[in-house]
Design a protein around this ligand. Structure first.
Ligand code: DAV
Length: 400
């Protein structure tokens, strides 16, 4: 294994996060200011939760109500305070006018969304910050609220590598709009095709479809990440010593973002979703390397009980944020999950976060970790796989 420079050099690094669980030192927490409702577009059709209401009323448009935004900000600030009490440095995105409509040569959309969920847009792979392509028009420019921070990291950390994945056209032909019309039986019939609202013609991924396990990165095929998107990540990351694996959860008929489905908590431990088992065969890599799957308990709210404008499922319950391999921040109401994690030896820090749900996610979604203590490790030592084009002198995974 190539050697990496000593502990001293590691201590000068600002951008350094290789997995989802190492001891957290610096993180970005989203902000709800000036949030807009997500518009209807080929990549997304927001709908009201209450089916009866949905018959009479359409999904709202425009700026979200100030008191709703304020409530979300209170909970986001609560997360900031909790993180700071654990000596974590917390950074926030810049203000951005999400009310500006977007017009490119190839598409137009009436407004943008918000900066509550940096996880969807930005990802740290070791010493690299990568901006995702994104998959929806309203989120095309969502990297902008984070750019000032990225520049700061880039100026202050000479080892930091900054990349932005190629922007897709987001033209009509990039989407398969009939996806939204398929009846449920049709979706079940097609569940092993892994074809959703994106076609396979362009490179498309949201950052939140990736989950980091040291040298191994798992990427879910979804409504927000297609096969070329995963191939692009593979070619981008594997020459640096990572191994990129695609994963699938066939029973999730509307998959978007892996962090409500398959959530690693510590070396050897993944929190799994009992309604969305991993595709048969894909569990083998984990079992062969002595990983344990812990099934999440059923969330305390049903899908129908989720906030009216929330577009995520009840499984936001398992969208937890690890601040160390032993400490997990969870949503306050999810007592069965707290008990389960406690039983498995985790310290649970519950905080209220439900007012953030309609802004795109819960605790993991609303954050983007910049630095976690630790280096790149191989948690799948029995995996017999040579990364694409990896050579012995190009394995920055081990910090050359
Ligand atoms: O299960 O609804 C939501 C992820 C939000 N970023 C789900 C996934």
């Amino acid at each position: 294994m190539p050697s990496y420079k000593g502990v001293e050099e590691m201590q000068t690094r600002i951008v350094n996060a290789w997995n989802e669980w190492d001891e957290l030192e610096e993180i970005v927490v989203g902000i709800a200011d000036d949030a807009y409702f997500e518009p209807t577009e080929p990549g997304g059709r927001p709908a009201l939760r209450d089916k009866n209401m949905a018959v009479r009323e359409t999904f709202p448009r425009g700026l979200k109500k100030q008191e709703v935004t304020e409530k979300a900000n209170e909970e986001l600030n609560g997360l900031v305070a909790l993180l700071e009490s654990h000596c974590v440095t917390v950074r926030r995105p810049e203000k951005h006018n999400f009310g500006v409509s977007v017009k490119t040569p190839l598409f137009e959309v009436e407004n943008q969304y918000c900066a509550v969920c940096p996880r969807d847009v930005m990802i740290t792979f070791g010493n690299e910050i990568l901006e995702a392509t994104m998959s929806r028009r309203a989120r095309f420019f969502e990297y902008l609220p984070y750019r000032k921070l990225v520049y700061e990291y880039w100026h202050n950390d000479p080892h930091m590598i900054w990349n932005a994945a190629p922007k897709p056209t987001m033209q009509d032909a990039m989407y398969r709009e009939e996806f939204w019309e398929w009846p449920l039986e049709e979706r079940f019939k097609r569940m092993h095709d892994f074809e959703f609202c994106l076609t396979q013609d362009e490179v498309i991924f949201d950052a939140a479809d990736c989950s980091r396990f040291g040298c191994d990165i798992f990427v879910q095929e979804s409504m927000t990440t297609n096969r070329p998107g995963i191939r692009w990540l593979k070619r981008h990351l594997e020459p640096r010593g990572f191994r990129v694996h695609d994963v699938h959860f066939p029973l999730d008929l509307f998959p978007s973002h892996i962090d409500c489905t398959f959530v690693p908590l510590a070396p050897g431990v993944v929190l799994t979703n009992p309604e969305r088992p991993i595709k048969e065969g894909e569990e083998k890599l984990f079992m062969d390397n002595d990983w344990q799957f812990i099934e999440a308990p059923h969330p305390t709210s049903s899908n129908d009980e989720m906030p009216m404008f929330c577009q995520s499922s009840k499984w936001l319950a398992m969208n937890v944020l690890s601040i160390s391999p032993k400490k997990v921040i969870c949503e306050a109401q999810e007592h069965p999950l707290h008990e389960l994690l406690d039983k498995h030896g985790f310290e649970v820090y519950p905080i209220p976060f439900r007012n953030v749900f309609e802004f795109g996610g819960s605790l993991h979604c609303a954050t983007w970790d910049i630095r976690r203590r630790g280096t790149c490790e191989d948690y799948f030592p029995k995996l017999n796989y040579t990364p694409l084009a990896a050579t012995t002198n190009d394995v920055s995974c081990f910090i050359m």
